[in-house]
Design a protein around this ligand. Structure first.
Ligand code: 6SG
Length: 208
């Protein structure tokens, strides 16, 4: 029995980074895919702490909130820095990733047709901040000298943005290097090449 279970819609969505992180850490997990009809019945929703998915189970620990899941995996698998100071900086970077993720999701779900072009125009202003942080850390990771859950989250956001705007990293050499380094990690490469990954759309409304 794999130790972890994800219950979520059949999309990458809020589980993209979690799955990439588990794959990279050599973990196995079970997927419980929830259909729209099943979700609309409301029984599952009523059991979710915030009325939303994903739900993540680690044995008898049941977690909601995708970033809490990343942090939990970070603690368990040594991907939360080497000390309190690094952990604080990793939290900061992950909150920065969450800010951009929320802007992206708002555009995708609420404003795709009229907001996409402006979103892409504004993107360099957001990406440049991450580029500067990465350019300042010679390990190639966001914080310290080892990978953290924030790196997985940033990487996954970058993958989605490269689908939205294929050239978006071109003027950001450190970000480009980071994305290439993450994609070349053997377990990540194998996962991104797998049907399990490729069969899932990025978002739940078919926009990307
Ligand atoms: C949606 O927003 O997939 N959860 C979503 N939606 C259903 O009733 N802060 C937390 C976190 O980080 C955010 C959770 C997130 O974990 S994710 C959820 O539960 C609800 O609120 C994006 C996603 N969307 C697909 C979707 C959900 C409902 C309508 C579209 C799948 C497709 C159709 C039904 C189910 Fe569908």
């Amino acid at each position: 029995m794999p130790p972890y279970t994800i219950t979520y819609f059949a999309v990458r969505g809020r589980c993209g980074a979690t799955r990439i992180m588990m794959a990279d850490q050599g973990q196995k997990w079970k997927e419980n895919a929830v259909t729209f009809d099943e979700w609309m019945k409301g029984d599952l929703k009523a059991t979710c702490v915030f009325g939303q998915l994903p739900k993540f189970e680690d044995g008898d620990l049941v977690l909601f909130q995708s970033n809490a899941v990343l942090r939990h995996l970070g603690r368990k698998h040594g991907a939360y820095g080497s000390n309190d100071k690094e952990a604080a900086l990793i939290d900061m970077m992950n909150d920065g990733v969450e800010d951009i993720r929320l802007k992206y999701l708002k555009m995708i779900y609420q404003d795709y047709d009229t907001g996409k072009d402006q979103y892409i125009k504004d993107l360099p202003g957001h990406l440049s901040k991450f580029d500067a942080v990465l350019a300042n850390n010679k390990s190639g990771f966001l914080v310290g000298d080892k990978i953290s859950f924030a790196d997985y989250s940033l990487f996954e956001v970058l993958l989605n943005h490269q689908v939205l705007s294929p050239s978006c990293l071109d003027s950001f050499p450190a970000l480009k290097r980071f994305a290439a380094m993450m994609a070349a990690r053997p377990n990540i490469k194998a996962f991104l090449d797998s049907d399990d990954y490729k069969k899932l759309p990025i978002n739940g409304n078919g926009k990307q």
